[in-house]
Design a protein around this ligand. Structure first.
Ligand SMILES: Nc1ncnc2c1ncn2[C@@H]1O[C@H](COP(=O)(O)OP(=O)(O)OP(=O)(O)O)[C@@H](O)[C@H]1O
Length: 204
């Protein structure tokens, strides 16, 4: 992708790419445009110029007037606050974006995903009854439930304390290796970069 976006006195101007099996880390200080980049890829913010391509398909191209709607981009996006729907139980949250029509198939897939992250027994809980780390795991499997082409993680460990962060980081590393899809990870924690990233884009 190559995008430019001006917001008041902030100018984002970045170019980078990520491939299957890579975890690319957007690394830099607060306010450097990391989240904005993810929002542009997810289709929540429209760049002023440039292009975004996924698996050789353009989802945004300013000059060619291409702007694929957010829901059709095939993006699994986990925002900083996890974005879980508070009024839906965990199982409903996970099944919400699934493309499958059959209810039994959806249920089966949801249970498989929940068991991947050891949370089968939480399916009937609401997000507010889960810990920060549990919410994070649900948010990630909810993103994966839509069969995305790319996974975007925005500060995935910001809501958990340092010892738990270490455990989750290793869990997620294993998980990502299994799914083998391109991952974009926003962080300002050098340990996230060291443990998870295969490439780093400097947002300093
Ligand atoms: N809707 C908006 N209107 C105006 N400025 C904005 C808007 N959204 C973001 N910005 C500005 O864009 C810049 C980049 O914001 P962004 O959230 O991408 O930073 P970040 O690198 O993700 O920071 P952090 O690590 O603190 O989350 C900041 O200066 C921010 O104030």
């Amino acid at each position: 992708m190559k995008i430019q976006k001006k917001l008041d006195d902030f100018v984002l101007d970045k170019e980078w790419e990520v491939r299957k099996g890579e975890v690319i880390s957007l690394f830099g200080p607060s306010g450097s445009g990391k989240s904005l980049s993810l929002q542009a890829i997810a289709g929540l913010v429209t760049p002023d110029d440039g292009y975004i391509e996924i698996n050789e398909q353009l989802i945004f191209h300013k000059e060619r007037k291409i702007c694929v709607p957010s829901r059709d981009r095939g993006i699994g996006y986990v925002p900083q606050n996890y974005g879980l729907f508070p009024h839906m139980k965990i199982d409903e949250n996970i099944m919400f974006g699934m493309v499958e029509k059959d209810k039994n198939i959806k249920e089966e897939k949801m249970m498989k995903l929940l068991s991947c992250v050891g949370l089968e027994n939480k399916r009937n809980k609401y997000p507010q009854h889960l810990s920060g780390g549990e919410k994070q795991r649900v948010a990630i499997v909810r993103a994966l439930a839509t069969n995305p082409k790319v996974l975007l993680l925005d500060e995935p460990f910001s809501a958990v304390d340092i010892p738990i962060r270490k455990i989750l980081r290793n869990e997620i590393k294993e998980f990502l290796t299994r799914w083998n899809m391109p991952v974009v990870l926003v962080t300002h924690d050098p340990e996230d970069v060291e443990v998870l990233a295969t490439e780093v884009v400097d947002y300093c």
